[in-house]
Design a protein around this ligand. Structure first.
Ligand code: ADP
Ligand code: MG
Length: 745
């Protein structure tokens, strides 16, 4: 079997398979203060050969450089070094052909070519070469470059052949193998660990397959001196963890002299990557705490108190109180608050938001509450207006469908300070929306908003408003701290009292009639139900047809006038959506048939049944969000996951998870496990979890070590002025442009 250098081959290979290099994200509005002092660094990181454009590397040139940039984000020599191998293969191990079986992945065989022939037509046209060793025969197959390859192949000549094994009509074969003339002398010698690099079809077509990339990397490394890859970590770390130097680590991770050397090299680079990331976040956070100005909310005043004592419809949970206190303290410090509030669906984040807004009003400041959909914004608006109806607070709703006259009135009211709370969609972000004194900006369901959009909020006041980002997409705690280490973090980890856990079951299509009977029984008790259809996104038209068919189907089970059904989907005009939604909220309709537009935030406590059609098509966090639409009142609620008969193992695992727990954080951990961090909603766009090498699951202990070291360093030497931190500081400065210093969440 080929040697694999990965400690966990397969899904969690050495590097995350869809590793995307951290990209430049936004411009620097935060100039890290530590770099303002002490301008001279003894070690220069940016003048090295490694910042040269990849085009100038021998064997590359402008054409191939272009493809490397486009396909792999390789712009410089350094980027090529950061293009890490997926695994290594010991090329001295040769597999007998007879040992190739359907489960073998990569194989290497050595044998003689006994024939070549072009077969098939059109797209099936291919070159097939038969190769034989002492144990048997197999086929080598090419679909491209047929004539060119046939010309180069010598019948009767011995070759060393490497590639992914497959079977076609029971015959073992390798498609598009790597070949070289066989030199038996190499067999049985010292282990030769050849790196396998990720590549793409486009690259292969330009002769930049994994092997060629390896050759480029090899010659680049051979041309480097130790000083070209200067050390960046403090000596203490190298000693403590017995790490190789940075130069050695890069050499060994590509072309290891032994399995052990590879392991050490990888650990060092993983630590380096995580440590630098953690250090950056810690610096941003420190800087914000120390230097950023924020409006001061000193007093808890009339509005807050009167609402709290006279209008609050329930007692706050312990977690709500604690979070509110954290927010209050934060907003009174004179520094800008940047806080992430996580709380499972239904944990009562809205009330925390409202109380924070009242606090701002008590101190003479306006607040904004931004939601990702019009439905949600409108619902927040109605809910909050209702709660505040006896209070001297002006609330307005601003969305894309606000009529022109109303819009003018709102813009004026905001600018003159007559409107205290503005609730809306991203329409709030538009440049035309100016505030008299915006002091607090709240973003609900933050994963729907991009970083750039959020940055716009900053500009709406002379002193940036306090920012509170709320999300129910449960990001596992470890991840949250990694991705959002620059934010302060609050969590509501307690549901309001009296909630009963939602019972979740998985039912196959053929049980549909009994599911409908169940809904009818709930409706008879005065309850309401949701039936959700998936968005497949291949075609809006098909999705709509699918939904309409579903709707007709539901109608057949629940005929008018005994039953009434609302339907909401993305293609409706906002006012139609709104009317349908309101009819359901007001209990005029019994059933809400909808696509996932209903996913976030919608609150109808009387609804007790959530049916999710084609549940196998949904991701875990989406299922959890959807389920969170029920179980919001005191009545027992149910979630029914309907699927067809055929589901994949991953889907089965998701359904099983849903049926076994209601805990969003547990679900998030499972999601992370099933999909890998790069896929967790809301983290991909932040770019912060796309480590090149580190895998935050597999390398959890290194993450902890890095986080702890970064914190300690910041505490002891926040400006990195100590001599022993100079090279780290130099390195950070060189890297400065590469990360989002201006992230606000
Ligand atoms: P989410 O955190 O998902 O945004 P919401 O803020 O929409 O949750 O709250 C869900 C429901 O719980 C709402 O009906 C809200 O009125 C209610 N609620 C919030 N806090 C409490 C509490 N402390 N006691 C009882 N009900 C509460
Ligand atoms: Mg909410």
């Amino acid at each position: 079997m080929p040697f694999s250098a990965c400690s966990a081959p397969g899904k969690n290979s050495c590097i995350h398979p869809n590793h995307i290099p951290v990209q430049q994200i936004t411009k620097n509005s935060f100039q890290p203060l530590i770099f303002a002092s002490n301008q001279s660094f003894r070690i220069s990181f940016d003048a090295t050969i490694l910042s040269s454009s990849i085009e100038y590397l021998k064997g590359v040139g402008p054409l191939r450089a272009d493809i490397l940039k486009k396909e792999l984000n390789i712009f410089t020599f350094m980027d090529l070094l950061d293009h890490f191998p997926l695994r290594h293969i010991d090329k001295t191990i040769v597999n007998p052909i007879s040992s190739v079986h359907p489960a073998s992945e990569y194989v290497q065989v050595a044998g003689t070519i006994i024939s070549t022939a072009v077969m098939g037509e059109n797209r099936a046209k291919r070159l097939v070469a038969k190769i034989r060793d002492a144990s048997g025969e197999m086929d080598l197959v090419w679909f491209q470059g047929i004539h060119w390859i046939q010309k180069g192949l010598q019948v009767g000549q011995a070759y060393l052949v490497f590639g992914r094994a497959g079977f076609f009509n029971g015959v073992p074969q390798i498609t598009h193998p790597e070949m070289e003339p066989w030199e038996p002398s190499r067999a049985g010698g010292k282990a030769f660990l050849e790196p396998v690099y990720p590549s793409t079809e486009k690259l292969k077509a330009k002769n930049l397959g994994g092997r060629q990339i390896g050759k480029l990397t090899y010659s680049l490394l051979a041309s480097l001196k130790e000083g070209d890859l200067p050390e960046n970590l403090p000596d203490a770390f190298l000693k403590e963890f017995n790490f190789p130097s940075r130069f050695d680590a890069y050499s060994q991770i590509h072309f290891p002299s032994s399995e052990m050397a590879y392991k050490q090299a990888r650990e060092r680079l993983v630590f380096e990557e995580l440590f630098i990331a953690q250090l950056r976040l810690a610096l941003i956070r420190l800087q914000r705490h120390r230097y950023s100005k924020g409006v001061v909310f000193v007093q808890v005043g009339q509005l807050f108190n009167s609402f709290y004592h006279n209008h609050l419809p329930f007692e706050l949970t312990g977690a709500q109180k604690r979070v509110l206190k954290e927010i209050r303290q934060d907003m009174a410090r004179g520094k800008q608050m940047n806080r992430l509030l996580q709380g499972d669906v239904g944990s009562g984040k809205t009330m925390v938001a409202l109380l924070s807004m009242l606090l701002a009003a008590d101190n003479g400041f306006q607040s904004s509450l931004m939601a990702p959909t019009e439905i949600l914004a409108t619902q927040h608006y109605h809910g909050i207006s209702e709660l505040l109806k006896d209070m001297p607070v002006q609330v307005a709703l601003l969305t894309g469908s606000t009529k022109a006259a109303e819009r003018r009135r709102i813009l004026k009211g905001l600018e003159e300070g007559e409107i205290h709370f503005i609730i809306g969609t991203h329409a709030i972000l538009e440049d035309k929306v100016k505030f008299h004194s915006l002091g607090l900006a709240i973003i609900d369901e933050q994963h729907r908003f991009g970083v750039a959009q959020r940055a716009k909020l900053w500009k709406k006041a002379a002193i940036p408003p306090h920012i509170l980002v709320m999300t129910a997409t449960p990001i596992p705690r470890t991840l949250a701290m990694t991705a959002y280490g620059d934010l302060d973090y609050s969590v509501i980890d307690e549901l309001p009292p009296g909630r009963q856990p939602i019972t979740t079951v998985h039912r196959y299509e053929h049980a549909r009639a009994s599911v409908m009977d169940f809904i009818r029984a709930e409706i008879d008790k005065g309850r309401q139900a949701y039936i959700i259809f998936p968005l497949i996104e291949e075609s809006e038209k098909l999705d709509l047809e699918n939904l309409m068919r579903g709707y007709e189907n539901v109608k057949a089970f629940f005929p008018e006038p005994k039953f009434w059904i609302s339907m909401v989907h993305g293609r409706q005009a906002p006012d139609v959506k709104e009317t349908n939604m309101q009819r359901f909220v007001q209990k005029d309709t019994h059933i809400m048939v909808s696509t996932t537009v209903i996913e976030v935030g919608v609150n109808v406590p009387n609804a007790t049944v959530m049916v999710i059609e084609s549940a196998e098509k949904f991701g875990l966090s989406q299922l959890h969000q959807l389920r969170g639409r029920v179980g919001r009142g005191a009545d027992k609620s149910f979630c029914i996951l309907l699927t067809g008969p055929k589901i994949t193992n991953d889907a089965r695992e998701r359904l099983k998870t849903m049926c076994s727990t209601n805990d969003g954080f547990q679900i998030a951990e499972k999601d992370l496990e099933l999909r890998g961090p790069g896929d967790i909603e809301g983290t991909r766009q932040s770019g912060l979890l796309n480590f090149k090498l580190a895998d935050i699951l597999m390398d959890k202990s290194w993450l902890d070590a890095a986080k702890q070291r970064a914190q300690m360093l910041i505490e002891t030497d926040p400006t990195l002025d100590l001599p022993l931190h100079q090279r780290l500081k130099g390195y950070l400065q060189m890297q400065k442009g590469k990360l989002a210093w201006s992230k606000i969440s």
